[in-house]
Each structure stands twice: as C-alpha cells, then as structure tokens.
Design a protein around this ligand. Structure first.
Ligand SMILES: *[C@@H]1O[C@H](CO)[C@@H](O)[C@H](O)[C@H]1NC(C)=O
Length: 266
C-alpha cells in the first residue's frame, strides 16, 4: 500500500517501471487478501471450516492474482532488459500506451486461467466432510479430494503449469541473462557492480517464488498431506509478497525518497 501510494502521489514516478511496480504491489495486496482474512477468522473461531462456494471463490481469486504476479514479474524483467540492452529504444518501446496494454494482457490471462480452472473444479463431485491438508483451498489439493475422475483436470493443470508458469519464467531468465552479459561489458567496475547487485537481488526474489511453487506443485502430486507442502506454500504466498517490498523499494533510493515524502510531508 505504501508503494502504491508513494508512486501514485509522485508525478516523477509515473514511468513504466514504477507503474509496473505499483501494479505488482497492488497485486500482492490482493493476493494475500484472498487468504489471510479467512485464516485469521479460522484461528479466532478455532474452526477450519470453509463452504464449497467459499472454497471455489478463494481458489478463483488466488489463481488470478498468482498468475498476474507471475506475469508482472516477467514484464518488469522485460522492461529492465529493454532499458539496459536497448537504452536508445527504451522510450519508444515502453510508451504508456504499450504499458497499459501489457498490464491488460496480464489481467486477461489471469482471469481466463482462473475461470478455466475453477469451472473445471465445479464439474467434479466431492464427498461430504473433506479435510484439505492445507491452510487454504489450493487447487491441486482440492482436485485430488474429488470422488470423480480427475484425468481432464490433471491434464489441464499440467498444461497450464507448463505454459503459464514456464512462459514467464523463461522470459525472466532470458532477460536477466541478456542483462548480465551486457553488464559484463561495462568497463567501469563501480557502475557494473551496482547494476549487478540490483539485478542479482531481483533474481533472488524471483527464485524462492518459483522454487517453492515448483516444490508445492511436485510434492502435492507425490505426498498430498505433507507438512512441508503447507510450510512451502506459506513461504510462497506471504513471504515473497513481503520480499517484493524490501527488494524493490528499500534497495531503491528513488522509492525510499518517495516513501519518506509520503510519510513526512513538509
Ligand atoms: C497499473 O497500471 C495502470 C496502467 O499503466 C495504471 O494506470 C494504474 O495506475 C496502475 N495501478 C496501480 C494500482 O498503480
């Protein structure tokens, strides 16, 4: 929220890079909001119950924001790639019109994926009184509780995982490999060290996200009820959202100044 307010209130920060960052922060707020309020209610009432409709709704919004966050990270990596490797074309390529289109495409992909997955869960039948070994309605875990043939669901989940998580991930890896090879050719060691540390920290925030997502995905198929799966998903849902704040704002002097101005206006 602090990042979004700082960027919206400062006209100097109305550039593509900060626009993406504001959208990523907004997405992080929504993402954690799909889980944490329900979790707090459950802790308070000592009840772990969730209705069927509630479960599907939570899953729907969770998938939208998880996918959106994924694609926004890839878009941000692409933005840095153009800024560093094609600096003269940067203003032409990333004009505001193009940025709005990119963000819209990310939203559309997220909503379509969530719609498809939750409609596929709607066609399953469940026996009553199920226990989901998780702290929220996670798609994989819910599908494996069905008293129904889940072949189509499994197939589509796998295809979606390969296309929609593999796509942004390969984009990110491509962008950062291009960035690091172009940083290596910078002659001044001072400048190249600074650029390198910034991008290494971006990669560091991305790797736990993908690492734990992959871990949860693989272990959910292998051992659906392990405590490790639940612990890893706490990590990827909450800790990475918080890491975005530290990496993208506290390591960035421009953002730090904007947040300071927002909190302590003269
Ligand atoms: C997200 O991006 C759009 C388009 O660039 C921008 O108008 C909007 O203010 C951004 N959203 C937030 C929450 O900053």
């Amino acid at each position: 929220m602090l990042i979004v307010l700082a960027i919206l209130s400062d006209t100097h920060l109305h550039t593509p890079m900060y626009c993406f960052l504001a959208n990523l922060s907004f997405c992080d707020i929504c993402f954690t909001t799909t889980i944490i309020p329900k979790m707090l209610v459950n802790i308070q009432t000592q009840s772990r119950a969730i209705s069927y409709a509630g479960c599907i709704t939570q899953m729907f919004f969770f998938i939208i924001f998880a996918t959106l966050g994924d694609f926004l990270l890839a878009v941000m990596a692409y933005d840095r790639f153009v800024a560093i490797c094609h600096p003269l074309h940067y203003m032409v390529i990333t004009n505001s019109h193009f940025c709005v289109q990119l963000i819209l495409v990310c939203w559309v992909i997220g909503v379509l994926k969530a719609l498809m997955q939750s409609l596929l869960v709607r066609r399953l039948t469940f026996c009553t009184y199920l226990e989901i070994p998780h702290f929220f309605c996670e798609l994989n875990q819910v599908v494996h509780m069905a008293c129904f043939d889940t072949f189509l669901n499994d197939l589509i989940m796998d295809v979606a995982a390969v296309l929609l998580a593999g796509g942004p991930l390969s984009g990110i890896l491509f962008s950062y490999s291009k960035i690091s090879s172009s940083i290596c050719t910078i002659s001044s060691t001072q400048g190249s060290y600074k650029a390198f540390s910034t991008h290494a920290s971006h990669l560091l925030t991305i790797s736990p996200f993908y690492g734990t997502t992959l871990g949860v995905y693989l272990s959910a198929s292998a051992a659906p009820s392990s405590a490790l799966t639940a612990a890893a998903s706490v990590m990827y849902t909450m800790v990475t959202s918080m890491l975005h704040f530290f990496i993208y704002s506290l390591k960035n002097t421009v953002m730090k100044r904007a947040i300071k101005r927002l909190l302590f206006p003269k």
